[in-house]
Design a protein around this ligand. Structure first.
Ligand SMILES: [Zn+2]
Length: 155
């Protein structure tokens, strides 16, 4: 474990950073300088910071996937709705209760995952982190574009 082997070079700053979950995006630029300097020279805190930022990103991705899943489930249920009458009339089954139970579960799940996603986006620097990753990807992609395509783009 890389995390266990490295040690923080400055316990005091390290402890403050840990209490912020290594997120210094919320403090003023002049205050940030000391912490940025420490993060640049301390491998321990750097590893921790990377870990927490990937955790935030993973949470954001998971909660949005959950929201999408419930949205999809509700869309599927909406299409099943006509079958309810078929089952009741032809097969004599009353699946109405089951249907409404699933519908409530889907709505509750969607609400819950949207709230969870909002909390993750508010409480963590995940939006700027993911935005940074997206910008980096776009930059790399642009670098790899063939010269022919690049010359077509307006400068
Ligand atoms: Zn440190």
């Amino acid at each position: 474990m890389a995390m266990a082997r490295t040690r923080c070079t400055d316990r005091v700053i390290g402890a403050i950073l840990a209490s912020w979950r290594y997120d210094i995006s919320g403090i003023s630029p002049e205050m940030r300088r000391d912490y940025e300097h420490h993060l640049a020279e301390c491998a321990h805190c750097q590893t921790r910071q990377n870990f927490h930022r990937s955790l935030d990103a993973a949470l954001a991705v998971l909660t949005s996937l959950a929201a999408l899943f419930f949205l999809f489930a509700l869309a599927v249920l909406k299409h099943i709705k006509p079958l309810e009458h078929v089952a009741f009339n032809v097969l004599g089954l009353d699946i109405s209760d089951m249907y409404h139970m699933l519908l409530s579960a889907g709505v509750a799940g969607l609400c819950f995952s949207v709230i969870a996603l909002a909390l993750v986006l508010m409480a963590t620097p995940a939006p700027s982190y993911l935005g940074g990753i997206a910008a980096e990807r776009a930059r790399l992609l642009e670098e790899r574009l063939p010269a022919a395509i690049k010359s077509l783009r307006p400068r």
